[in-house]
Ligand binder design. Structure first.
Ligand SMILES: Cc1ncc(COP(=O)(O)O)c(C=O)c1O
Length: 400
C-alpha cells in the first residue's frame, strides 16, 4: 500500500521472517546493534568460507565486484556519490579520521552540542590539551535540541568547525542538522556530523545537510554487521583534508622521499580490513534502500511514539526523550529502580534493552540530573505486540 511522500507500508511479517533473531528475542536494542536480516548474515558467512577455501587475498579478488558494490549502496543511503565514501571499522574511527585531520591550532574554536557523544568529546579534550583549541558547547533550546540561534550568535572568525551529534546516544531527539549546515556554510567553517544513530532510520541527504563529513556505524539502524562503519567526505573535504595517518592504501609511495594521497574518500581508509563484513555492510545498505528509509522512518517513529505514550501512563515511569522531532529511541527511568536492574530483569524475559550511563553524554545527562536511563530502541521489524510486552513488564515491575 502506498501512502503519500513515497512512503510504503512495510510488510512487517516478511521482514520478521527474514530476521531469524525475531523468533528468539524481543529485540529493542536496535540503537545498540540491530538484528541483521538473513541476506546480510549469509553474505558474511559465504565470504568467510570463501576465504577458508581459497585464501584471503584470492577470496577478495573473487569478490571484487561485491566489495566494490558496498560503496554505491552506502552512498545512496545518504544521497552521496560512491567516491565520497570511506569504509571503516566503526563510526568512531570514521569520525576520528575527519576530526584529527582538521587543521586546528591554538585559539581555534570548535562548536559542539550538549548531547555530544563521549568519544567525540574526549577527542576535543585531547586536542584542546595538545593544541590549545577552544571547545564551545552550543546550548540546547527549550526542546532539548541544539539551539540554532544561539549557535549563530556564537559564530566568529575563530570558529573552524561545527561538530555535532545528529541523534544522541542518550535520547530520542533529532538535532536540526540542516539548519546547522546552513550556518556552517555562512561561517565558512567545516561541519562534521555524527550520524551514527540516525543512518538507517532517519532519511538523510548529505547535500541538503551540507556537511563536510558524516560518520556512521553499520550495526545500528543499518542492520549491518558489528565492526563496520563509514565516513562520507564532501568533495571539498576530500580536496582539503589530509587524513591524520596514512598507509599504502590511502597513499602511494612514489619515490624515496615522496608520496601521493588518494583523491577520493578512500584516503581515510586503511588497507587491512574485514572483507566479509564489508560485503555484509553493502548488503545491509541495499536491504535498507529496498525497504526505503522514508518508510522505515515512518514506522519507527510511530512505534516509538506509541511506546512513549504507554510508558508515560505507568505511575513512577518517566520518559526522558526531548526534541520536536523524535526518532525510534525511547529512554525512560523507573522511580527508585536503577536502570541496570530494569535492564537485567527485562533480559530475563528475553526483552533486549540497554542502559546509558551519564559518562556517555556527560554534559547532557549531568544537565538533566540523570545518572542513567533505560533505552528501548525500535526498528521497523518490531511489532506493537513486542513494545506492549515491554510496557507490561515495566508495569509489573512498578506494581510489584
Ligand atoms: C552518537 C554516537 N556516536 C558514535 C558512536 C560510536 O559508534 P561506534 O561504536 O561504531 O564507533 C555511538 C555508539 O553508540 C553513538 O551513539
Amino acid at each position: 500500500m502506498s501512502i503519500p511522500n513515497g512512503v510504503t507500508e512495510i510488510d512487517v511479517a516478511a521482514a520478521r521472517a527474514d530476521t531469524p533473531g525475531c523468533a528468539e528475542v524481543i529485540h529493542l536494542n536496535n540503537a545498540g546493534a540491530a538484528l541483521p536480516p538473513r541476506p546480510v548474515t549469509h553474505s558474511i558467512v559465504r565470504h568467510m568460507e570463501r576465504e577458508a577455501h581459497i585464501g584471503g587475498y584470492e577470496a577478495a579478488e573473487a569478490a571484487q565486484e561485491e566489495l566494490e558494490s558496498t560503496y554505491p549502496a552506502v552512498a545512496s543511503l545518504i544521497g552521496a556519490q560512491p567516491h565520497q565514501i570511506a569504509l571503516t571499522e566503526n563510526a568512531t574511527r570514521a569520525w576520528d579520521m575527519a576530526f584529527y585531520g582538521m587543521p586546528l591550532s591554538k585559539g581555534d574554536r570548535v562548536l559542539t552540542c550538549q548531547s555530544e557523544y563521549a568519544s567525540n568529546y574526549l577527542a576535543y579534550l585531547q586536542v584542546s590539551r595538545r593544541q590549545g583549541i577552544v571547545i564551545d558547547v552550543i546550548p540546547d533550546n527549550e526542546f532539548g535540541e541544539v539551539d540554532v540561534d544561539a549557535a549563530r550568535r556564537m559564530l566568529d572568525r575563530r570558529v573552524k568547525l561545527i561538530s555535532i551529534t545528529h541523534v544522541p546516544t542518550s535520547g530520542g531527539l533529532v538535532n536540526p542538522a540542516e539548519a546547522l549546515g546552513k550556518l556552517a556554510r555562512e561561517a565558512g567553517c567545516y561541519y562534521l556530523l555524527d550520524a551514527c544513530q540516525s543512518v538507517g532510520q532517519v532519511p538523510i541527504d548529505v547535500k541538503a545537510i551540507g556537511c563536510d563529513f558524516l560518520s556512521a556505524t553499520g550495526r545500528k539502524f543499518m542492520r549491518g554487521p558489528r565492526g563496520t562503519g563509514f565516513l562520507y567526505a564532501s568533495d571539498r573535504a576530500i580536496a582539503e583534508i589530509e587524513p591524520p595517518f596514512i598507509d599504502g592504501h590511502a597513499a602511494t609511495w612514489t619515490s624515496r622521499a615522496e608520496y601521493v594521497i588518494r583523491t577520493d574518500a578512500r584516503r581515510f581508509e586503511n588497507w587491512e580490513t574485514n572483507c566479509a563484513t564489508r560485503i555484509g555492510l553493502g548488503v545491509a545498505a541495499r536491504y535498507a534502500n529496498t525497504i526505503g528509509v522514508p518508510s522505515i522512518w515512518q514506522r519507527v517513529r510511530s512505534l516509538a511514539a506509541r511506546l512513549r505514550e504507554s510508558l508515560s501512563s505507568i505511575p513512577g515511569v518517566s520518559v526522558c526523550d526531548r526534541g520536536q522531532v523524535k526518532c525510534g529511541i525511547v529512554t525512560f527511568n523507573c522511580k527508585d529502580r536503577p536502570a541496570a536492574k530494569i535492564k537485567a530483569h527485562l533480559s530475563q524475559l528475553k526483552i533486549n534493552c540497554s542502559t546509558i550511563e551519564a559518562s556517555w553524554t556527560r554534559i547532557d545527562m549531568d544537565g538533566r540530573g540523570l545518572t542513567a536511563v533505560v533505552r528501548a530502541s525500535v526498528h521497523y521489524y518490531n511489532t506493537e505486540g513486542e513494545t506492549d510486552a515491554l510496557v507490561e513488564a515495566i508495569h509489573a515491575i512498578m506494581t510489584a
